[in-house]
Design a protein around this ligand. Structure first.
Ligand code: NAP
Ligand code: MG
Length: 480
């Protein structure tokens, strides 16, 4: 991939030309970065055909040990190209370079984790009648489709394909049109590392054509979608028409619940980072802070200092905060900020930065709203920008009730020195993950939502199982 070159789809081990292309932009400057191949439904057919042939032609019969070797080689190759991958990701999404390195390392880690665990995945022998052997096999589905958003293309891309490939499936990946470069490069590196052609294919272009063609395709046996609620519902409906299961990993409005007994020195910087990371464009961003009223003033002033001290710039300069992905996303975030001005008290931020150096890019200053009621629009809807809402509580029950008012249920952070309270929070919060005195989770921990956060099943050993299906068998041991 060179500058101003066309970023092409990758099918059956080769880059392919599409009938058309469209420009993609550098979020830090607003200038054109490259052209992106605009695939058609016929290209999706071709990719699914290649994946299907690769599955039948050998991948499904490749031993788990050999698949693990190849996935480890793929991870090694990512490691060898981490500088290049981080630069690509930072330029394409605008994210600070440091974060792009984290994403490259996570991509490799996902592949290694599923390479390591796939050999521990096996069926069972069930103690049924004594004259027969009753057993289960865990088999791959065949061709799996993966549709991902633009916020962590390399991280989420690897997260979803790694368990599928390890389990013996062949993949067709559709990255978001705003950030496809790193996924195409990953597919090239997979072949370089020795994965057979057709095992991993990437189709680029528009969601409404390419994504829709993939989600409604009868050649797919399982779908994994990460993205917004309305598109997720459309994808699941299209898949249901073919009786294809579709996992939906959707948005969030996750709360950090900060109790008065917590160590504020360690809690506050992590809480700030949980919304500033990737400019707030993280499904599990800590976008709501619920704070014990006794420490509210202290916490607010500490947060304000961090937000106002955060450097803003283009990703390659590795600032504290980069741009949003697109002008559309910036305008959406600024629109929510306008709504927020009528609902709550703006403490800091609230606009694009005024530096002329940043004028072409899609930047929004780190923003805090205080005194945000739980029914305010900015407390309920996912903003997907560097905007933190703050509200207070006076006891544990109120904290839980406020946290659970959300239509979403992805993650919650809990900050307390009281172990019994932490356990009650884990029990009572209606979310897929509760993180106590930390906001990091890791590759090993299953990640799944509740309510409007969907019913995805990513990460951990559970995701590996989820990319297999069970076959039962009975073998009579005595002549009938
Ligand atoms: P989106 O509009 O739902 O797009 C997600 C993906 O779906 C993109 O690849 C998109 O392609 C594709 N798509 C669009 N229309 C489609 C259609 N009709 N049929 C099939 N595919 C279609 O979401 P986004 O705006 O890119 O991402 C932001 C959202 O994703 C937020 O709500 C965020 O919380 C959520 N998210 C969730 C997680 C998680 O793990 N839970 C992670 C990251 C993001 P195009 O880009 O080409 O339109
Ligand atoms: Mg881009």
């Amino acid at each position: 991939m060179n500058d101003q070159q066309t970023v092409r789809a990758f099918i059956d081990g080769h880059p392919i030309d599409a009938a058309d292309t469209f420009p993609i932009y550098d979020p830090g400057t607003g200038t054109q970065l490259a052209e992106l191949a605009e695939c058609t439904p016929a290209d999706v057919d071709r990719a699914i055909g290649a994946a299907s042939a690769a599955f039948a032609g050998g991948w499904q019969r490749t031993s788990a040990a050999r698949r693990a070797e190849l996935l480890n080689a793929f991870a090694d190759t990512i490691g060898e190209h981490r500088d290049e991958l981080a630069l690509i990701e930072s330029r394409d999404t605008g994210k600070p370079l440091r974060q792009a390195y984290v994403d490259a390392d996570f991509a490799a880690r996902y592949l290694r984790y599923y390479a390591n665990t796939v050999e521990a995945l096996f069926g069972e022998v069930i103690p049924a009648a004594t004259d027969r052997m009753t057993l289960t096999l865990r088999e791959p589905f065949g061709v799996t489709g993966h549709i991902i958003p633009w916020n962590y293309p390399m991280g989420i891309g690897a997260r979803t394909i790694a368990p599928s490939l390890a389990a013996g499936n062949c993949c067709v990946l559709k990255p978001a049109e705003d950030a496809s470069m790193s996924c195409v490069r990953l597919a090239e590196l997979a072949v370089q590392a020795g994965l057979p052609a057709g095992v991993l294919n990437v189709v680029t272009g528009r969601g409404v054509t390419v994504g829709a063609a993939l989600s409604g395709h009868p050649g797919i046996s399982r779908l994994a979608f990460t993205g917004s609620v309305p598109v997720g519902i459309a994808v699941a409906q299209a898949a249901a028409a073919n009786l294809v299961p579709a996992d939906l990993e959707l948005g969030g409005k996750s709360a950090n619940i900060l109790f008065g007994d917590a160590d504020l020195d360690s809690a506050v910087p992590v809480i700030a980072q949980s919304i500033l990371q990737n400019a707030g464009q993280t499904c599990s961003a800590g976008s709501r802070l619920l704070v014990d009223s006794r420490v509210h003033a202290d916490v607010l002033s500490r947060l304000t200092a961090i937000f106002e001290g955060t450097t803003i710039g283009v990703g390659a300069e590795d600032p504290g905060l980069g741009p949003l992905i697109s002008a559309k996303q910036r305008d959406r975030v600024l629109g929510y900020i306008e709504t927020g001005r009528g609902e709550a008290e703006l403490i800091t931020g609230g606009s694009a930065p005024d530096s002329p150096d940043l004028a072409g890019g899609y930047f929004v200053r780190p923003t805090i709203f205080d005194a945000v009621a739980s029914d305010a629009t900015i407390a309920r809807e996912e903003i997907f920008g560097p905007v933190l809402t703050v509200g207070t509580f006076t006891d544990d029950d109120e904290a839980v009730a406020l946290a659970n008012t959300s239509d979403y249920g992805l993650v919650a952070g809990v900050w307390t020195a009281n172990g019994a309270r932490a356990m009650r929070m884990i029990r009572d919060l209606e979310v897929g993950q509760v993180l106590v005195n930390t906001y990091s989770n890791g590759v090993e921990l299953p990640f799944s939502g509740r309510k409007r956060s969907g019913y995805g099943l990513e990460k951990g050993f559970e995701a590996l199982r989820a990319f297999t299906r069970t076959k039962g068998a009975v073998v009579m041991m005595q002549a009938a």
